[in-house]
Each structure stands twice: as C-alpha cells, then as structure tokens.
Design a protein. Structure first.
Lengths: 299, 278
C-alpha cells in the first residue's frame, strides 16, 4: 500500500465569477499520512476542501479521492470519507448518541454494526458518559470532539478536517490535537486545512503552503524551515526607520527578511557573511516560512 | 484502484437496473433517518405545534361558525364547519410546508446542508428527508385538529380508512409543497426575500383552491386557476374521504395528481436546491 495516494489533485481550478479561488493546484496525500494545508485566509484552502467534499465542482483539472474520479464518482468517494466541517453543524436538540445514530444511517452502516460503530466513536472522543446528553448542553470542547467522532463513525479511509480548531481556546485545542494525533498513529489518512502554524507543525507529516489559490511550497515542516528560513533567525526590534535599515543591510548581505509586527526577522543567519546587528537570536520556525512565502499583507 | 472506480462508473444499463433495489433501499434508509431526526426535534417543540394550530382553529371556529348555515359555501353540505375542516387542515399543512424553505435557508447559513452534502446520501434523499420532516410536522398538526374536530362534535364521517386516506393525502401534499418551498429557497437564497415570496405563493394557492368554498361558486377564470392548483385536489380528496362528498372528479385522480406533483417537485428540488444555495 505504500506510495498509494488517498488524494491526487492535478491542476485543479475553481473560479467564482471573476475570482479564481483555486488556481492550478497539485496536491498529493499518501495513504496513512497527515497532510496539512496551510495558508492565510483567502488562499483557497476551504475551496479545496469543498471540491473534495462535493460542495463545489472544479472547473478544470483532475481530482481523485481514494481512486475515485471527482465529480463523476463523488458518491462512492464520499462513502469512504469523514468530514469535520469548519462550522459546528450538529443537531443541537438531539443527544450525542442520536447524532451518531443518524450518521450511521446516512453512511449506510449495516444494522448489526451500528451499535459497535457508535460505541467506538464515543470512546474515541471520550464522550461515553455523555451519550444521553443533548448537544446544546455540551461544552464547546465536547461539541468539537463529537463533531470529529461523527466524522469517524463509519471508519472512513480518509478524514478531511477544515480548520478543526478555529476559534477555540487553548485547552480545547490541545484536547483536539491529542485526538487527531491518536488518529494519525492509528494510521488514518488525514487532510487538514489550518491557518494555525503550530497546528500544522505538530500534527502534519507534510504540509502544503497555499497562497492565492496555488501551492507555493510542500514538504516536511522541518525541511521547509531549513530550506526557506535556515537554522537561525535574528529578530531585531526598533522604530520603523531602524527596521528599514536592518532590512536593507540584510538584503545587501543576501539575507532574507520578514516583518514580525514590531520587529524584523533576518532569516538564515548561519550564513551571515559579516552581517552584524544587535537582536534576539532564535530558531527558525514554520511561521517564518509561512510569512515569507505567502506575503505579509493578507489579501 | 482507478480501474475499479472506472468500472463502477461505466456500469451497463443492466447493472444499473440490478442495483436499483439497493439504491432505493439506501434512499429510503437515509430519508427515514432524516425523518426520524426531525421527529425527535419536534418532541422538544410542543409549543410550536400548539401555536401553529391556533390559526386553523380560528378559521374553523370563527369563520366556520359565522357561516355555519350558509349552504352556498358548503356546496349544499349541512354543516359548513365540517365542509371547511378538510380545507383548514390542508391550509395549515400548506403553511408549514411553504415556510419550510425558511428553515432550509437557515440550515444552509449554519452549515447543516453542507453536512448532508458530504455524506453519500443521494441529493434526492436529502430533499425527501427534508420533505419528510415537513410532513411529520403536518401530521402532528393534523392529529391536533382531528382531536379538536372530534371533541367539538363537528359532523365528519369517522372511518379508519377515511381518516388514514385523508391523512396520507395530506402528507403527500405537504411533502410536495415542502419540495416547492425548497425550489423557491434555492431561487431567492436569503431569508428576508423568502418571507415575501412565501406570502406571494401561499395566499393565492389558498384562495384559488377549493379549501374555503366549492369550485362551483367561482367565476370561470378562477375555476380554471383552481383546477390547475394541486391544493384543490388535495382538499377534494380529503373531503371525499372525511365527508363522503365529491364535487365531481375521482378520488384516484386526486391521489394521482398529488403523487405526480410530489415526484416533479422532488426531482426539480433535488436538481436545484443543493446546487443553487452553495
């Protein structure tokens, strides 16, 4: 099975009127890996997710999910995919267990397997003792866990998560990370879109950074950092005038820089060639790569 | 894997036919699951059923009582309230169905529809599941109205097959009008606009039908309109089943018209509704 692709996109294009939301995207998600789709708002992550879940039909390009061509065989593909949406769309007046039961029917789980499927999902999301609680009585974290449990009820071969932790507090986010990490270790194939860099760095085997509907870099997080931002970064604080000086000096030394709000970061410092400024040294990270490649001002 | 997927896609007519029972079973299972969820939601919504029952009861007991002995309106039937009862039941269900689209637009806005689209449930299953939800609400309302009619001793002909038949016709009609509502929802897309369109559709459907008065007393042009209005057939059939009166026409035709109306609106809604509101 190694090397087999759960998702294969070639030259996918999706236009909404004059706007090209996805512009010739190539994407590979090998079976058994977790791929992070990283990009600023408006980069085309959600549109990519929508194309994969049959909520949008690509204008051009080849799309294959689990060997099924989209959009022709979308229904077969959807039967083997679990989708964790960005918006919480649980049935709030039903209980935890009832929400899962409805989905066992929608995903055509045979009568004799429904009970076991529900138990497994409840256990996975740590909601066993909440099975009879109505969803509107659950905490935000529990609702998110249920949303993931619901996507897993039919043991999908591929899980698509669209910004699974957007707008959540750090505790809940960590709970979800633990849950996603567990799935990953069990060998579930995951495609996850996010704009939280830390999330991608922690959970994804490989990331694809998107900008303006295109993939601008792909690879293991550590490799991408090394390739684009080097090992060491110098972060210099100061008034705008000084920051501009640092930038031009760095550029003269052939070093890349990026703004970090109140400071400027000089990347790849290990190759400094005599560049010397007072500042804070730190390790290069994926955020450096992200800002470098996707631009500072967000469209 | 690609080869397997391709062979699934290029199925012959024969294999498509062979898979029909399986597909039908899946469609039914998904539809039933959605209907079941709607039923559970309804259990937490007693107030809704009560408040929705007030308007038909006003029609029945104020409008109906005021004109109780008007034989022209009742087409010669003894008690106008009894004549009116099936019309009011159908009207109440029509309101539930037509404004169902409002809830559907709301569901789109909060991502409920997207959740369903991501499942392998066929589009037709989503539409029929939603329509079942509307029919279940109409059923709860019909039971309330029938109980009130029984308690108030309004003289309809009680028989098991009559009541079951009338309720069945009512449910088919409600499901069909709910599909019509979904088609409208996919055209207007916003809740504010839908309110206006809903009113624009529901009142002519109601008045240009035999819900309140027999077709015979209408001017010729209105009679033509009423003959093209599915609600007339729904009411005609219910009156036949609950009162044993028929203003010409046949019961089987009433069922045939309503079932065809449901098939057409469901198929159109399955095409327009998920696409148009994404």
């Amino acid at each position: 099975m190694s090397g087999e692709l759960a998702i294969r996109l070639r030259g996918a294009v999706k236009r909404y009127g004059p706007i090209t939301a996805v512009d010739g995207l190539d994407l590979d998600v090998p079976v058994g890996t977790c791929v992070g789709l990283l990009g600023p708002n408006g980069a085309g992550k959600s549109t990519t997710m929508r194309m994969l879940t049959a909520q949008a039909i690509a204008d051009e390009g080849e799309l294959e999910v689990l060997g099924y061509r989209l959009p022709q065989d979308s229904k077969q593909a959807r039967a083997h995919c679990g989708v964790v949406p960005q918006l919480d769309n649980l049935d709030v007046s039903l209980t935890v267990e009832q929400n899962l039961l409805v989905f066992t029917h929608l995903y055509r789980i045979g009568r004799h397997h429904r009970h076991a499927a529900i138990e497994r999902s409840l256990e996975l999301a740590n909601l066993v003792d909440r099975r009879d609680t109505r969803v509107d009585k659950l905490s935000g974290g529990m609702r998110r866990r249920l949303l993931i449990a619901r996507a897993l009820v039919h043991q999908p071969r591929l899980v698509l998560m669209d910004e699974p932790t957007v707008g959540l507090d750090p505790q809940v986010r960590q709970q979800l990370w633990a849950l996603i990490d567990r799935l990953r270790h069990e060998g579930t194939t995951i495609l996850m879109s996010t704009h939280y860099i830390e999330e991608a760095q922690r959970l994804a085997d490989t990331v694809l950074i998107m900008s303006h509907g295109k993939g601008v870099a792909r690879g293991k997080p550590a490799d991408l950092v090394l390739e684009h931002a080097g090992r060491e970064v110098l972060e210099v604080y100061g008034p705008p005038k000084r920051l501009a000086e640092v930038e031009s000096a760095a550029s003269a030394h052939g070093l890349k820089t990026r703004r970090t709000g109140t400071s400027v970061s000089v990347l790849g410092l290990e190759a400094r060639n005599g560049f010397d400024f007072e500042g804070e040294r730190r390790q290069a990270n994926l955020e450096d790569v992200f800002v470098l490649l996707t631009g500072e001002e967000i469209a | 894997m690609s080869a397997r997927a391709a062979s699934v896609h290029t199925g012959s007519v024969e294999s498509v036919l062979r898979s029909l029972p399986v597909r039908a079973a899946r469609l039914l299972d998904g539809t039933v699951a959605m209907g079941w969820a709607e039923l559970h939601k309804l259990r937490h919504d007693h107030l809704d059923i009560f408040t929705r029952s007030v308007q038909p009861l006003l029609w029945l007991f104020i409008f109906g009582t005021a004109l109780q002995h008007n034989h022209a309106l009742s087409g010669g039937y003894g008690d106008y309230r009894a004549y009116l009862a099936p019309g009011v039941m159908a009207q109440a269900a029509l309101f539930v169905a037509i404004f169902f689209g409002l809830g559907v637009i709301w569901e789109r806005d909060v991502g409920q529809l997207q959740r369903l689209l991501a499942t392998p449930l066929p589009r037709l299953g989503i539409v029929l599941g939603k329509a079942t939800g509307a029919a279940i609400r109409a059923l709860a309302q019909a039971v309330v109205l029938l109980v009130v009619i029984a308690v108030a001793r309004i003289s309809i002909h009680w028989s098991v097959q009559g009541v079951v038949g009338a309720v069945a016709l009512l449910l088919i009609g409600t499901a069909a009008f709910a599909c019509l509502s979904m088609i409208l929802a996919s055209l207007v897309k916003t809740r504010e606009r839908f309110m206006g369109i809903g009113q624009l559709v529901v009142m002519p459907l109601f008045f240009a039908s035999s819900a309140l008065y027999p077709l015979a007393i209408m001017p010729a042009w209105l009679r033509v309109v009423a003959h093209a209005n599915p609600l007339s057939y729904e009411v005609h059939g219910m009156r036949d089943l609950l009162l044993g009166i028929s203003a010409g026409g046949w019961l089987w035709l009433d069922f045939a018209v309503m079932i065809s109306f449901l098939v057409v609106t469901a198929v159109v809604a399955a095409k327009t509704y998920p696409r148009a509101i994404l």
